[in-house]
Ligand binder design. Structure first.
Ligand code: PEP
Ligand code: MN
Length: 332
């Protein structure tokens, strides 16, 4: 249950009520709310004088539920907005990993050439082998900051575990929580305490309920700027790296109030399929696309097979605008 409290409700009574209901107290501007488990369906009459409005839910998807906040939340990213009344689809492009100053600078120059405002690049890479490139860590974050300063871009980079979450929160403009990291409560707790925008990637074995509940940890922690990212789930199929769950995206659009970003690169796993898939993603009417692009994919230190070269990306980008227009959106 979500309980909106009256503006003049007595602070000590609110605290006593929260304690008794085992509720989280959430402050948002003038509004103070209590969030309890969704199993609570009714309140004792003694609280009546404190309460403005109550919202009851079937499951613990509450703050993220479309019944609570209709329409997708508005999130500010630099000078741009996604969600809310803005029918924008934000392009986030860049390499899988930040590898060198030259590589990230060339990637930033491509963003500037195309008018893309957000560059991505991982510095802490959640690899499946201990012998693969693990990312440049802090050195990579500093290279991203350099291109932000030089080119006026926003930067998006991932956190893979709680040991470096503070660094990522400090340096980046948009925090990405990787698919393998989305259950890490050290990360979720810290990302709930900042108000920087967070892109939460869906784990490849994660149900939609679990996915949105992970977002709910950050929302109830006090961060309203949470974006969901579908990046493919594991199915019986092995010909593509993962299976992009567009049905799941339709569910999330209908039942949650969180902006949604689609990542065709990790879902497909092979560059040949990414442009078609990206166009299908655009046609889903989502708030953003995340696409891996590398100056020379053949030498990329991670996810080499799925990254687009610059020319392929230029052609793809040019084809996306008219799909956006056809569904009443704007590619930004
Ligand atoms: C990435 O964005 O490079 C990445 C590692 O993605 P995911 O967490 O979805 O595997
Ligand atoms: Mn990658």
């Amino acid at each position: 249950m979500i309980v909106h409290l009256k503006k003049d409700a007595d602070k000590s009574r609110i605290e006593a009520m929260a304690e008794e209901l085992k509720a989280t107290i959430l402050k948002n501007g003038e509004l103070t709310s209590l969030i309890t488990s969704s199993s609570l369906k009714e309140l004792n009459g003694e609280y009546e004088g404190l309460i403005d409005e109550t919202f009851i839910f079937d499951t613990d998807i509450q703050l993220a539920h479309s019944d609570y906040h209709s329409g997708h939340r508005e999130i500010k990213l630099g000078d741009n907005y996604i969600g809310g009344k803005h029918k924008n689809t934000l392009m986030i492009s860049g390499p899988c990993s930040v590898e060198s100053r030259e590589q990230i600078t060339r990637s930033a120059e491509l963003c500037v050439e195309l008018g893309i405002s957000v560059i991505r690049g991982g510095c802490y890479k959640p690899r499946t082998s201990p012998y693969s490139f693990q990312g440049l860590g802090l050195e990579g974050l500093k290279l991203l900051v350099e291109v932000r300063e030089k080119y006026g871009l926003l930067i998006n980079t991932e956190v893979k575990d709680a040991t470096h979450v503070d660094e990522v929160i400090e340096y980046t403009d948009i925090i990405q929580i990787g698919a393998k990291a989305m259950y890490d409560h050290g990360i979720l707790n810290k990302c709930g305490k900042t108000t920087k925008p967070v892109i939460l990637k869906r784990g490849f074995g994660t149900t939609l309920q679990e996915f949105v509940q992970a977002a709910e940890f950050m929302l109830s922690g006090g961060n309203p700027n949470i974006i969901l990212c579908e990046r493919g789930i594991r199915t019986f199929e092995t010909k593509s790296r993962f299976t992009l769950d567009l049905c799941g995206v339709a569910y999330l659009k209908e039942n949650t109030n969180l902006p949604i970003i689609l990542d065709p690169s990790h879902a497909m796993g092979f560059a040949y399929g990414v442009p078609d898939l990206a166009r299908a993603c655009m046609a889903m009417g989502v708030e953003g696309l995340l696409i891996e692009v590398h100056p020379d994919p053949s030498v990329a230190k991670s996810d080499a097979s799925q990254q687009l070269d610059f020319d392929t990306f230029r052609k793809l980008y040019a084809s996306l605008g008219s799909i956006a227009t056809a569904i009443g959106r704007k590619l930004i």
